[in-house]
Design a binder for this molecule. Structure first.
Ligand code: SAH
Length: 347
C-alpha cells in the first residue's frame, strides 16, 4: 500500500521543483533527506548503524513474527534488518523523496512481501493495521533534540503501539562536561575582533550564541561528565523534552574552561543484555559529534572546585525544530568568581 501525502512540507516543496527526473538545488535545500548524501553519512556512521544492526540481529525474539513500524525509514536500512530478523511485516514510513529509493531497495533485495514502504508524513498517513508490536526509529539529532523528530516517534507510539509493544531505542540521556578549548575559541570567536584589520566583533555575539557541532578531544575534558536528563521514550510525553536541570561539574585538574560540551547516549533496554551507544568525547566519534557551548568568561578552575548551574532546554516557539538553550553558571573559586546567564540557539 502506498499513501502519498502532499503536505509533508519538505517533500512537497521538493516535489514541486522536480523537473522531469532532475532535482534542482532548491529541492535539496528544502528537503535534505531526499539527497543520498545525508543517508550515506548516516549509513557510514558505523557506531550508529552497527548498534541498530546488533540490537536487531542479536535479539530476534523482539522481532520474530512481530509487526514493526519504522518511523522515518530513509533508505529502509532498519526495516531490512528487521525483516531479516524474522518480522512478520514491517511498515516503513518516509516522507522525503528517499521513500522511492527505499521501495526499490526493498524490491531489489527481495523483501517486497515483508516490507511496505509508505511515502508520507507519519502524522498524516494511514497505516493498514490498527496496532504494531515494535516501533523502531533513528530520530536523534544534534544535541539529541535538534530537528525535533522525537515528537514524531511519540505520536506514532501513542497512535499505533500495542499495549505490550516496545519502542527501540527506549532510553536517551543528555550529558554535560567542561573543556579547555583556547585554540578553537580563538579561531571561532575571537577571530571577529580583527578581520583583515577590521573590527567585526559585533558578529561575536551571534557566534557565541550558536552551539558548535564538533568533535572534542577527550584530553580537553577538565571536569567530570554529568548526566543531565534521562528520557524514557516508551513513557515520556512531548513536553518532557523541554526542561530545566541543575548541574555540578567538579574539576579533575587545574585548568581553564572555555566551553561546556553536551552529548547524548541512547540505549535499548529490552535486549537480552543492555545495548546502546554514546556520542561522548571518550567514545568512538559519530556523525553527531558533540555540541560545544562557548562561555563568555574564561574560567580558571582548580582541582576539586565546582562549576555549577542550570541548563534550560526548550523548543523555539516560532520554529519548533530549533532549540533554545539557557545556561546559568557560577563558580566561586580561588582564581575565578563568576556568575552568568547565556542564551544559545540551535538552528
Ligand atoms: N532510518 C533511517 C533514516 C534515519 S534519518 C536510517 O537509520 O538510516 C530520519 C528519517 O526520517 C529521514 O529520512 C527523514 O526524512 C524522515 N522523517 C523525519 N520526520 C518524518 C516524519 N514526520 N514522517 C516521515 N518521515 C520523517
Amino acid at each position: 500500500m502506498e499513501v502519498e501525502v502532499e503536505d509533508c512540507p519538505a517533500a512537497a516543496a521538493a516535489a514541486e521543483e522536480v523537473i522531469g527526473n532532475e532535482k534542482t538545488s532548491a529541492d535539496y535545500y528544502f528537503d535534505s533527506y531526499s539527497h543520498f548524501g545525508i543517508h550515506e553519512e548516516m549509513l557510514k556512521d558505523v557506531v550508529r548503524t552497527r548498534s541498530y544492526q546488533n540490537v536487531i540481529t542479536q535479539n530476534n525474539f523482539l522481532f520474530k513474527d512481530k509487526i514493526v513500524l519504522d518511523v522515518g525509514a530513509g533508505t529502509g536500512i532498519l526495516s531490512l534488518f528487521c525483516a531479516k530478523a524474522g518480522a512478520k511485516h514491517v511498515y516503513a514510513i518516509e516522507c522525503s523523496q528517499m521513500a522511492d529509493m527505499a521501495k526499490e531497495i526493498v524490491k531489489t533485495n527481495g523483501f517486497s512481501e515483508v516490507i511496505t514502504v509508505i511515502k508520507g508524513k507519519v502524522e498524516e498517513i494511514e497505516l493498514p493495521v490498527p496496532k504494531v508490536d515494535v516501533i523502531i526509529s533513528e530520530w536523534m539529532g544534534y544535541f539529541l533534540l535538534f530537528e525535533n523528530m522525537l515528537d514524531t516517534v511519540l505520536f506514532a507510539r501513542d497512535k499505533w503501539l500495542a499495549d505490550d509493544g516496545v519502542v527501540l531505542p527506549d532510553k536517551a540521556s543528555l550529558h554535560l562536561t567542561a573543556i579547555e578549548d583556547a585554540e578553537y575559541k580563538e579561531d571561532k570567536i575571537e577571530f571577529w575582533n580583527n578581520v583583515y584589520g577590521f573590527d567585526m566583533s559585533c558578529i561575536k555575539k551571534q557566534a557565541m550564541m550558536e552551539p558548535l557541532v564538533d568533535t572534542v578531544d577527550a584530553n580537553q575534558i577538565v571536569t567530570n561528565c554529568q548526566l543531565l536528563k534521562t528520557m524514557d521514550i516508551s513513557k515520556m510525553s512531548s513536553g518532557d523534552a523541554s526542561f530545566t536541570v541543575p548541574f555540578k561539574l567538579v574539576a579533575e585538574r587545574n585548568d581553564f574552561i572555555h566551553a561546556l560540551v553536551a552529548y547524548f547516549n541512547v540505549s535499548f533496554t529490552k535486549c537480552h543484555k543492555l545495548m546502546g551507544f554514546s556520542t561522548g568525547p571518550r567514545s568512538k566519534s559519530t556523525h553527531w559529534k558533540q555540541t560545544v557551548l562557548y562561555l563568555e568568561d574564561v574560567v580558571t578552575i582548580c582541582e576539586g572546585e565546582t562549576l555549577s548551574g542550570t541548563m534550560t532546554v526548550a523548543n523555539n516557539k516560532k520554529n519548533p525544530r530549533d532549540i533554545d538553550i539557557t545556561l546559568k553558571y557560577s563558580i566561586n573559586g580561588q582564581r575565578s568568581k563568576v556568575s552568568r546567564t547565556q542564551n544559545y540557539k540551535m538552528r
